[in-house]
Design a protein around this ligand. Sequence first.
Ligand SMILES: [Zn+2]
Length: 442
Amino acid sequence: MPGRILGFDFPSPLLRPVPEKKRSSSSVRADPSRHDSMEHLRRPHFGKSHSHDKKDKDGRRESSLGRQAAKHIKLDMVVESPPVLFLDSPQHSSGSLFSGRMQLIVTGATAAAIKSFTLTFRAITSTKRPVGDHCKDCSSKSTVLKEWKFLSDNAEIATGSHDFPFSYLIPGHLPTTTHGHIGSIDYKLFARAETVNGEIAEYIRPVVINRAIRPGNDKNSVRIFPPTNLTLNVTLPSVIHPIGDFPVYARMSGITTKKEDTQIRWRLRKLTWRIEEQEKFISPACAKHMGKVGGEGRGIQHEHTRDIGSDDLKSGWKTDFADGQLEGEFTASIDSGLKPQCDVDSPSGLKINHVMVLELVIAEEWAPNKKPNQATPTGAARVLRTQFNINVTERSGMGIAWEDEQPPLYEDVPASPPGYRNEIDNYDGSELNEDVDQLHLS
Ligand SMILES: [Zn+2]
């Protein structure tokens, strides 16, 4: 299907989730039969034969032979372009050029008659939660994004190595290579040559596509916590990377309420931050299992959420009760050992996004206005809970974009979306009053 560069033509945009009978939990169940069925999904099949060469993952050649192993021809590839890195958002990216040479090596003493020699660039969406258990067609979907026909009509090719250059401007709107807990997106170059004698040589090369959204201005967000007077201002970088740390600035105002002779105030006792990776995947059904989801174009939505970084802070901020506010900056990071995924929103049904969740434990205390340093805890405590969208993307620094002369395109950074529920809960932890004496005004 050459020319279908928009790709992902399968049910994609039409997919409508049907209610899942049982919400998938985020824990992986240790069901051995299920585990077995997972194995083959990690390396999606296409074509009829496929080897299990370990080199697949790190982007090198997989040896793979067809029904009749080729004795007189071999395939190889030389990649000439740098690693594929899309710059900017899917709406604004101009894509990335992939170029190389396909090599057909005729090893025999005589020329080989080639019936066909093709190369395809494919997108493969696969899931660990297929609609039909163990169904290969439900588990994996391969879409041809680009096809080259190098040889046909029994072309006579002489002994030796022959180069077939190819190049492809990979469209920048495509979702990036992603390996989530439920769904995955992979790209592969798949070459196949067949001689008139029925000898088949195959060659498969994964192509990893990354995206880097270039940093813009920091994002300021405000959260309020009625019925209290507390207002929380948080400043976060516009983009966050899977590796490395980033600063989070927080300021809370409205912490002191003064009466004629006395004051009531909130002291921040503990701040917990957490980065959540939220994955959604709509598992499509193959023709055979369509009935399970109520017809064509439907799928079953699965969700998986996990923490990919967190910490508790008990100090590090400056409290000014006279001014009624506290502020501080802390460093947060994603645990790169957890194989974090970048944000992706694929028309093939996979979506991964990230939020930073903040929880602030505040304790109420009372003090006379004349001696504000002599405070007494009232025993009341609350938990303030709120979250912020964060944009997880690769760094743009190292990649050399072929179109770098273009002026950068920045998406307008919208104001924080409303509608996040900021919560206040009663604090029912224990240790708050025990270490009150160690606290001091700073
Ligand atoms: Zn199926």
